[in-house]
Ligand binder design. Structure first.
Ligand code: ZN
Length: 574
């Protein structure tokens, strides 16, 4: 095959229209998505600009090898088309940008979760939309023709693109930050990160780096200095303390919190044995990001403290508890996750979810047997974390058939369409089953140990067409609604435990506005532990409690954070 390296300056006049079609073709794939995003007003013009300048890059090879224009454009087109689908479908579903952080969440989620989401959100109109989009690409490709430029113009253009895309931004960064490989990598990641097809590989490289640092974190964690002056009000006494972490359960769907449907009959029945906190929220709408704060000293203002301070698991170990982690979440997939890191800070782990697909029935009742097994363990002081799958989508797979009790439209907003009604019914049935699991854990614990305590909260909430307008579904950090963060927060104590160290549980206490980002202080106090860094004002049950803004949003973009109290009634709940 002969490549025609263009030579001479007198070949033919420049085919500007041909160049225009080529550029339009390469820009079509990132461009359609960027144009759609601009109409929502959520995204600035930077990704659009990046997609425009990086589309110039594809012109270089077709200028150097003009005879290869159509086959080359076809290959690049298919690659760009494929990678553009992620962003396009994400836009169809959320009208949001498919950003690096979204991709991280997908990598962090277990493999099949993404396809499960896709199934849940799929709508018929997406097929014709996809066909139209693809047809547009094919029609554009048919118009492409080789453009023969003079050698001088070709190399001049190549040099200009190289300067514009690489030399100028890298030079500028080196001038500001000094020359290093990291500087260069940072510029490339920042500029190419928003642009397909580089988006995925860039995000994956960054994700792998984060994961490697997680592994290091586990090693670092083992070397952290212990909490200074740890004192234990229950020192030496046999006790069992349990932390149950729920999943995607919005308290506004629990009758315990006033929901019209009786979704939590068992917890309702034991209400007088429970401390039900009415205004607790999660700091973020994603599991890992919440637990990085709830289980450590990190919070929205100091998001990195999980790296340098002991965790709640470390604390309990230091206090002399044998610790266990039972999880019904898919933690042990090929990819290790932050969840695995936390679970490995306990002494014994029970990983119950071995499904390849989360899109299959996996019921939280599976935690009850290992829970009983641990309760029979002769270790006198036990700390048990139970991590539920809760009411995570797909809701229909979270409860066995006999819990399918809510159907029809009774008790639901009249504005919901039939599909939405079905989703809410599935969710409410999942909440009903969650009620059985949580209340069964409490029942087992109360039989097993006279000195026992159990705390249950959900990692975050879920907007199941709850917020005003009844249109929002799921969780999106950029557009926070109260249901995404409104979580149940309950404490159960055995009589023995409660009478030993009476704390303050007035109505005022139960109505306090609180974020689980400071949970470690509440847990410490409930467990009877104090230490130098304990902050009474961050403990939900302390006399010296001080209300703080309920910051939600990405703590690494402090300006994006908002105070959720603006969406909360002065005293929500009862
Ligand atoms: Zn979650």
């Amino acid at each position: 095959m002969a490549f025609a390296i263009p030579t001479g300056d007198s070949v033919r006049p420049t085919d500007w229209a041909g160049l225009g079609w080529l550029f339009l073709f390469f820009w079509y794939f990132p461009g359609i998505n960027q144009l759609l995003l601009l109409t929502t007003g959520f995204v600035g013009s930077v990704p659009l600009r990046q997609s425009l300048v990086f589309s110039l890059l594809w012109l270089v090879p077709v200028m150097i090898f003009p005879r290869m224009t159509r086959p080359f454009a076809a290959v690049i087109g298919v690659i760009l088309w494929f990678f553009s689908l992620f962003g396009l479908f994400f836009y169809f579903i959320y009208q949001q940008e498919f950003s690096q952080s979204v991709i991280f969440i997908i990598f962090e989620s277990n493999e099949t979760e993404a396809s499960e989401y896709a199934a849940q959100y799929f709508a018929w109109w997406m097929i014709p939309a996809l066909l139209a989009y693809t047809t547009g690409a094919v029609l554009l490709w048919k118009r492409l023709r080789p453009v023969f430029l003079s050698g001088r113009h070709t190399w001049g253009f190549t040099a200009a693109v190289t300067v514009l895309l690489f030399i100028f931004p890298i030079g500028k960064a080196i001038a500001n930050k000094g020359a290093s490989l990291l500087t260069v990598q940072g510029v490339l990641e920042k500029n190419m990160g928003p642009v397909i097809p580089w988006q995925m590989p860039v995000a994956y490289i960054q994700y792998r780096e984060q994961l490697a640092s997680m592994q290091a974190l586990l090693e670092d964690n083992a070397r952290l200095p212990p909490l200074a002056n740890l004192r234990d009000a229950h020192a030496g006494q046999p006790s069992t303390l349990v932390l149950v972490i729920g999943e995607s359960t919005n308290r506004q769907h629990m009758s315990l919190y006033g929901y019209a449907r009786p979704t939590t009959p068992k917890l309702d029945a034991m209400r007088d044995q429970l401390l039900v906190f009415n205004n607790v929220v999660s700091p973020r709408p994603y599991t890992i990001e919440v637990l990085q704060q709830a289980l450590t000293f990190a919070d929205q203002e100091h998001p990195n403290l999980y790296l340098t301070r002991p965790s709640l698991m470390n604390m309990m170990k230091q206090a002399g508890y044998k610790s266990y982690w039972i999880t019904n979440q898919q933690t042990l997939t090929k990819r290790n996750t932050m969840l695995t890191t936390f679970s490995k800070q306990t002494e014994e782990q029970f990983y119950l979810n071995h499904n390849r697909s989360q899109n299959s029935p996996q019921y939280d009742g599976a935690v009850l047997e290992p829970f009983q097994q641990i309760l029979r363990d002769p270790a006198p002081r036990k700390f048990i974390v139970v991590h539920l799958l809760g009411t995570h989508s797909k809701y229909h797979f979270r409860f066995p058939p006999e819990y399918e009790q809510f159907s029809g439209r009774k008790g639901l907003p009249t504005t919901l369409d039939d599909n939405q009604v079905e989703v809410v019914n599935d969710y409410d049935n999942a909440v009903l089953y969650n009620d059985y699991v949580v209340s069964s854990l409490i029942a087992s614990l109360s039989q097993a140990s006279p000195h026992a305590m159990l705390v249950y909260f959900s990692d975050h909430g879920e907007d199941v067409f709850d917020s005003a307008g009844h249109k929002v579904f799921g969780r999106i950090e950029d557009t926070p609604t109260l249901p995404m963060y409104a979580i149940p927060f309950l404490v159960w104590m055995s009589d023995g435990w409660r009478s030993e160290r009476p704390l303050n549980y007035s109505r005022e206490t139960l109505d306090r506005h609180y974020s689980t980002s400071h949970f470690i202080h509440t847990w410490a106090e409930l467990a009877g532990l104090t230490f130098d860094d304990f902050e009474a004002s961050k403990s939900l049950v302390n006399k010296a409690f001080k209300e703080r803004p309920l910051l939600v949003g990405n703590p690494y973009k402090p300006k994006s954070m908002t105070d959720l109290r603006a969406q909360m009634p002065a005293a929500e709940g009862r």
